[in-house]
Design a protein around this ligand. Structure first.
Ligand code: MN
Ligand code: MN
Length: 456
């Protein structure tokens, strides 16, 4: 019996390196084509259909082995593989979120100042505002026109010949800015995106540059200024995912919180064929702003969809659903902080996730006395520990940070509120919420392996 708990660096004597690197190639490619929650949901459906998943509503009856999905308003997806056991025995759920910190356009965003045209933004999620200036951005979103027509926008990405950016103050003139705290150095209302400077050739026009950019938007997308009132347009880093490091052991890019867990759980459920318990991959929106709203985890979407599934399996009454939920188990698949040698003081080293040490299980999140956390039970930790150990998954434990420093939340508490045993389990990330997040290929691969073992 080993008296000591030994953590292992997965790269040592690693015989799966090719598989791990190959897996990361698929991951990078997927994220390059899914830079918003809507794009991720759309791509998920495309891939799921290739894997034999069909819309839930196309079934009148469901039986073991059936693969179904349902989309929540274009921004979330639930994928299900029906198990052979009674649905009342519960399901195994892996839940991740597909929204990420970014800059949203305000409802009335276009303005002209000093003969330049700009977009006003309202940032989404917890960002360090200074990180979003002076980097190339792309424009992605959906516009619903007055006639009901929907326009999808995606341009300014790597490979396109234009990009967008938010300007920053030159250091030569930044004396006053330097005196401010990091949080105040760039104000939210200063995150304005540069979009043009050539005025329309019309003496009468009071805002000729604004008029000119509106004309370009109209030529390109058939939209007018009022259409922004019924639009969701996000500005995201415009570059693609890259390998990081001389040894290519890391992946760098935006939106890895939490698309790294979404992608790995998706690949995992694609390989589930005949589970005993029903397997669920739940991809939700709005986690970064508190999981509220109709596409967030607090929405009844999950429960309602589960009810539909129960009703297609056996004669339905409310108890069937209640028992199904009550007997379910969930891995809240979300990222955690990775130990960073540049900032060693914020994590406590025995309980901090390290690069290459595998997927991280967080018994609790929260801050300052576990406040706001869904604290998983010893029984659940024991169950997951055994599943992972039996399947040869490389895993580690993690906390979100030193006790009195801070913390955060995930969807786990909202899933747990449904009477479902839930624990956080995901990929450690460096520079989380920045426009250039970094993850380890070893940890990505083991998240996929862990989710698969859990749903099997
Ligand atoms: Mn997250
Ligand atoms: Mn986050």
């Amino acid at each position: 019996m080993d008296l000591f708990y030994k953590k292992e660096n997965g790269w040592k004597d690693c015989d799966e390196k090719d598989k791990i690197f190959d897996f990361a190639e698929g991951y990078k490619k997927f994220l390059d084509s899914a830079k918003t929650e809507r794009e991720f949901a759309k791509k998920t459906v495309e891939e799921a259909e290739k894997q034999g998943f069909k819309p839930l509503d196309s079934f009148t009856k469901l039986s073991a082995g059936d693969k179904v999905y349902r989309v929540n308003r274009g921004k979330g997806v639930m994928l299900v593989v029906i198990g052979s056991e009674d649905i009342e025995n519960g399901s195994n759920i892996v839940g991740a979120h597909i929204d990420s910190p970014r800059l949203d356009l305000k409802p009335s965003p276009v303005y002209e100042d000093s003969e330049m045209a700009l977009f006003k933004t309202h940032y989404y999620g917890g960002i360090k505002k200074y990180q979003w200036t002076a980097i190339p951005l792309a424009m992605h979103g959906t516009v619903v026109k007055n006639n009901g027509e929907t326009v999808e926008i995606a341009f300014g990405d790597e490979g396109d010949d234009i990009a967008f950016t938010i300007t920053d103050l030159l250091p030569h003139l930044a004396d006053e800015q330097y005196k401010k705290t990091v949080g105040k150095a760039i104000e939210g209302e200063a995150l304005n995106i540069l979009i043009g400077s050539i005025p329309l050739d019309d003496e009468e026009e009071k805002e000729p540059v604004k008029a000119a950019v509106l004309q370009i938007l109209n030529d390109k997308f058939g939209i007018c200024e009022e259409d922004f009132l019924s639009a969701e347009i996000e500005f995201v880093p415009n570059y693609n995912m890259k390998d990081i490091g001389l040894d290519r052991s890391f992946v760098g890019g935006a939106g890895q919180d939490d698309r790294v867990c979404a992608y790995t759980s998706l690949q995992a459920i694609f390989e589930i064929t005949k589970p005993s318990k029903t397997a669920v991959c739940l991809l939700v929106d709005k986690e970064e702003i508190g999981s509220m709203g109709v596409t967030g985890m607090m929405s009844r979407f999950f429960e309602n969809t589960m009810a539909e599934i129960c009703a297609k399996i056996k004669p339905y009454n409310d108890l069937v659903l209640r028992r199904c939920l009550s007997n379910s188990t969930c891995l809240s698949a979300d990222v955690c902080a990775m130990h960073d040698p540049n900032y060693p003081s914020v994590l406590e080293k025995n309980n901090a996730a390290k690069a290459g040490y595998g997927v991280a299980i967080m018994k609790y999140t929260g801050a300052r006395g576990k406040s706001g956390a869904s604290d998983a039970s010893a029984e659940l930790m024991g169950k997951i520990r055994k599943i992972f150990n039996d399947a040869g998954v490389l895993w580690q434990v993690a906390e979100l940070g030193k006790i009195d420093l801070g913390g955060g939340g995930t969807i786990s508490q909202y899933v747990a509120n449904l009477d479902i045993d839930t624990v956080d389990c995901g990929v450690p990330v460096l520079s989380m919420h920045s426009p250039y997040e970094v993850t380890s290929k070893m940890d990505i691969y083991n998240a996929y392996k862990g989710y698969k073992a859990f749903m099997k």
